[in-house]
Design a protein around this ligand. Structure first.
Ligand code: ARG
Length: 470
């Protein structure tokens, strides 16, 4: 980064300044170190603004042509990596405009007519966050597809379902995978919602009050792919709720990613062996040769920390700010950049890990029957076949579980005599509900774990993924 200041006042706004800023002032004030990431959005916004200024007769078409071409040169200079960003010029907006002036001279000075950096930065940042919503929507689509194909492969594979991480009732692998499809599907719709709401243009709000020039905000909004111009200039330059919504959706998505990551860490352990992670998504240990560590899952589990941190930081920055623009809002970008980068990385890593992993069918099935997981099926049978009130059935089943536990056997291994010693009305039919496959097949209620139900949900999701978002 070069320093173009000659200790004189800033050439962009220094009219009333006799002296340049203190070095510390410059250090706290400058955002170019991070907002250079907005260069493409800034140049796109400026080109739309210049075209509108010419179309409305506010600047000449020859000036507009010079500005438009000059901005494209700036764009290619930045993309070529040889752009001399200057801290003295504070931010991306002034860096671009200053370079434009070097390139085309006088017409560059007309670009900022009927505009302020306040509406400019709000526009640039909206465009950037809108792109990130699209990236999140795409990343979630890929992740949902990966979970769906896992679900399809093991739609009827049985595994233990847990509550309190204690064996509860058998479920299917497909059902468990589809639970995440639902969660990630809601995440996806949250990014779609946020995108829809943020898709209005702040450009032309100028500093805060609008402008006396006869601008056409509808034209710039349309040129930038916005649905409409924002209807209140004070609101346009001063709210960052679009960034807060993006962060909020990211936080919830990161929570879901973290929960799945935690399951992968548990499931890949030697004690569980429910899944085997691919070599591509695991690491070794430098001292223990036998180790295969789920580092990607652990890092995804941790990402919620910084993403939630970013959301908290921006919420705190925004609370209590009077209308309209305050420089506090410059603190919005680094948080959103970091959260977006890490969310996209976590989505990609989870997609890769999930696509590559092998669920160990035999191991899942063996674990599914352990821990008296069909005790509820036995109680339900006593209600259905023997006419017991559920509370009594629960009690009888509890006694049978205690008996099996004392003998070190599973429920289906108790003899009929033993069962009848606890309750005389038990018949041989009972054995039909004690197997884990019987158990899951019986859970036909809508959204239940029966393979038919799971397959119906998989089919519904496949259709849904074909639809275009509204
Ligand atoms: N770098 C500033 C930001 O990110 C741009 C807007 C500056 N506006 C101003 N009036 N100083 O918020």
């Amino acid at each position: 980064m070069t320093d173009k200041s000659d200790s004189a006042a800033n050439s962009m706004w220094g009219g009333r300044f006799a002296a340049g800023p203190d070095a510390i002032m410059e250090a706290i004030n400058a955002s170019i170190g991070f907002d250079q990431r907005l260069y493409a959005q800034d140049i796109r916004g400026s080109r739309a603004h210049a075209a509108m200024l010419a179309a409305t007769g506010i600047i000449s078409t020859s000036d507009e042509k010079a500005i438009g071409e000059g901005l494209l040169t700036v764009l290619s200079e930045i993309e070529g990596g040889d752009f001399p960003f200057s801290t003295a010029l504070e931010d991306i907006h002034m860096n671009v405009e200053s370079r434009l002036k070097e390139l085309i001279g006088e017409p560059a000075g007309r670009l900022h007519t009927a505009r302020s950096r306040n509406d400019q930065v709000a526009t640039d940042f909206r465009l950037w966050v809108r792109d990130q919503c699209d990236a999140a929507i795409e990343g979630l689509g890929a992740l949902i597809r990966a979970a769906l194909s896992q679900a399809e492969r093991g739609a009827d594979w049985v595994m233990p379902g847990f509550t309190h991480l204690q064996t509860a009732q058998p479920v299917t692998w497909g059902h468990h995978m589809m639970a995440y499809v639902e969660m990630f599907g809601r995440d996806l719709s949250r990014f779609q919602d946020a995108r829809r709401r943020m898709n209005e243009s702040p450009l032309g709000a100028a500093a805060l009050a609008g402008t006396s020039f006869p601008i056409d905000r509808h034209a710039t909004a349309a040129a930038l792919g916005f649905d409409a111009p924002m209807a209140n200039s004070l609101d346009a330059v001063s709210d960052r709720d679009f960034a807060l919504e993006f962060l909020s959706a990211s936080v919830i998505c990161a929570v879901h990613l973290s929960r799945l990551a935690e399951e992968l860490v548990i499931w890949s352990s030697a004690q569980f062996r429910f899944v085997t992670l691919s070599d591509r998504f695991s690491t070794g240990s430098s001292i223990m040769p036998q180790k295969k560590n789920p580092d990607a899952a652990e890092l995804i589990r941790a990402k919620i920390g910084r993403i939630l941190g970013a959301a908290v930081a921006l919420f705190v920055v925004m609370k209590g700010l009077p209308l309209a623009y305050s420089k506090d809002m410059q603190e919005d970008k680094e948080q959103v950049f970091d959260a977006a980068d890490n969310l996209m990385l976590a989505l990609a890593a989870m997609t890769g890990m999930l696509s590559d992993l092998t669920a160990n069918r035999e191991r899942l099935e063996a674990a599914a029957g352990a821990g008296f997981s069909t005790a509820t099926d036995l109680a339900d049978w006593l209600v259905r076949a023997a006419g017991l009130p559920f509370r009594d059935a629960h009690h009888v089943t509890g006694a049978l579980v205690a008996m099996a536990e004392a003998q070190g056997v599973d429920l289906p291994e108790l003899t009929l005599d033993q069962m009848q010693s606890v309750h005389a009305s038990i018949t041989p039919d009972v054995y039909e509900v004690l197997g884990v496959h019987d158990s899951v097949a019986s859970r036909q209620s809508y959204g239940g774990t029966a393979p038919d139900q799971v397959r119906a949900q998989i089919a519904r999701w496949k259709e849904k993924l074909k639809e275009k978002p509204a």
